[in-house]
Design a binder for this molecule. Structure first.
Ligand code: F6P
Length: 406
């Protein structure tokens, strides 16, 4: 018996459709299901001679744009149909990756698939900040290379607004799942027919999926040398040499995305790594800024002990829950670190390695997110500057390793 399924992605641009499609495809393939993604945008960029990246191309009132996009949508679907028909595997899935936000477009696709099993997956994410981060990431592509970053972001947002005008969430379609792509949650499910692999698909959708996560601490700064905390210090010459060593160490691995904090020391460390990579993006997230030590910012541990013995003693007694006056504690970082990690997972591509260049306290929190630690032990996790953590994440297991690079 053969089982075939067409998955049709639905959602506004930058809502995580392609990332989800990629993750799904990888997971299905691992289960021995022959799967291929058919992306309208890729086809359009490959075949069309016209410039299709300016926003008005997406204006529903632009007849030329509408006709051209419809042509590519049907062509893309036909490629998917050919794949399913010709596949020698008995279990196969074609994923149509495009916005498909209008009822009319979805009807058009369904009219070509009268007898087939079709499952729509709608990607939803209304978190402004994550959307913004994703847009910044998306415009960093050749399609927008002729525009400044600011103009590219404005152009992409305009494009989104055209899609918003015709967007109708899934409602009357027979089989669908609505997914919150930021929180890995299935928001709504309607499955009427017998849809092959649907249980597996639902499981995959709610499981974060990365293969390799490298958690690195920035290399030595002037503040580190004097044992001072906080601040926004630069790397020392030794720190720069360490960063170069890191870069050499990772030069044989592909690192398409490095996420840093918003502080100079993590950005400087990541710049060196990026230089040794072929195609690598760096994104700074304030969620990964080092613990704010409030009234102790810029002081050395010794100064704190001498000038503010109460602070030093109280922190020593209960390091995880202690909050620096006018600053943070580990406990108050929980929320922002979790949010940062979710952003990273959201932006990452399914088959790639991800790197976070963070700070001592931040990296402790990141590690404890992936590997269970008692809270009172978290502030003591070893975070050196000549080693990094490698977390290998499979569907059912995690391997945790510390590696020396210098
Ligand atoms: O010393 C570097 C540093 O990143 C400081 O900026 C930060 O306050 C500290 O480490 C966090 O480590 P701990 O919680 O052990 O003081």
């Amino acid at each position: 018996m053969t089982e075939s399924l067409y998955i049709i992605m639905v959602g506004l641009p930058a809502r995580g459709k392609s990332t989800l499609a990629g993750k799904l495809s990888e997971s299905l393939k691992r289960d021995g299901i022959s799967t291929r993604i058919f992306n309208n945008g890729d086809l359009r960029r490959r075949l069309s001679k016209e410039n299709t990246s300016y926003p008005e191309f997406y204006d529903p009132k632009n007849d030329v744009g509408v006709a051209l996009r419809e042509k590519y949508a049907v062509m893309n679907l036909n490629h998917a149909i050919t794949f399913i028909r010709r596949s020698r595997s008995r279990r196969r899935v074609a994923i149509i990756d495009a916005t498909n936000v209008s009822v009319q477009r979805r009807r058009l696709l369904l009219s070509h698939l009268p007898e087939e099993s079709v499952l729509f997956i709608e990607c939803i994410n209304n978190d402004e900040e994550i959307l913004e981060a994703n847009i910044r990431y998306k415009v960093d592509t050749p399609e927008f290379s002729y525009l400044s970053k600011k103009a590219a972001i404005a152009s992409f947002k305009k494009r989104i607004s055209y899609y918003e005008g015709i967007y109708r969430p899934l409602k009357n379609e027979k089989n669908y799942l609505k997914v919150d792509t930021f929180n890995y949650r299935v928001l709504k499910e309607k499955v009427n027919g017998s849809i092959p692999f649907v249980d597996r698909i639902r499981d995959f959708l709610v499981t974060p999926f990365i293969k390799n996560l490298y958690v690195i601490r920035h290399t030595e700064t002037y503040f580190n040398r004097n044992d001072r905390i906080g601040g926004n210090s630069r790397l020392t010459p030794h720190g720069r040499t360490q960063a170069d060593k890191l870069a050499r160490h990772f030069s044989t691995k592909r690192i398409p995305l490095i996420v840093t904090s918003d502080l100079t020391r993590t950005k400087q460390t990541s710049e060196a790594i990026k230089r040794a990579q072929h195609d690598c993006k760096v994104i700074a997230l304030p969620e990964f800024n080092e613990i704010n030590s409030g009234i102790c910012e810029g002081m050395s541990y010794r100064e704190i002990r001498e000038k503010m013995p109460d602070v030093a003693a109280a922190r020593k007694r209960n390091k995880y829950y202690y909050r620096y006056p006018e600053g943070e504690g580990y406990v108050s970082m929980e929320e922002r670190i979790e949010r940062g990690i979710k952003k990273v997972l959201y932006m990452s591509k399914y088959s790639d390695n991800i790197m976070i260049v963070g700070h001592r306290a931040v990296n402790r929190m990141i590690l404890s997110y992936f590997v269970y630690k008692r809270k009172e032990d978290v502030p003591y996790i070893y975070i050196p500057q000549d080693k990094y953590y490698h977390i290998k994440i499979g569907q059912n297991r995690k391997v945790f390793d510390i590696k020396k690079f210098a």
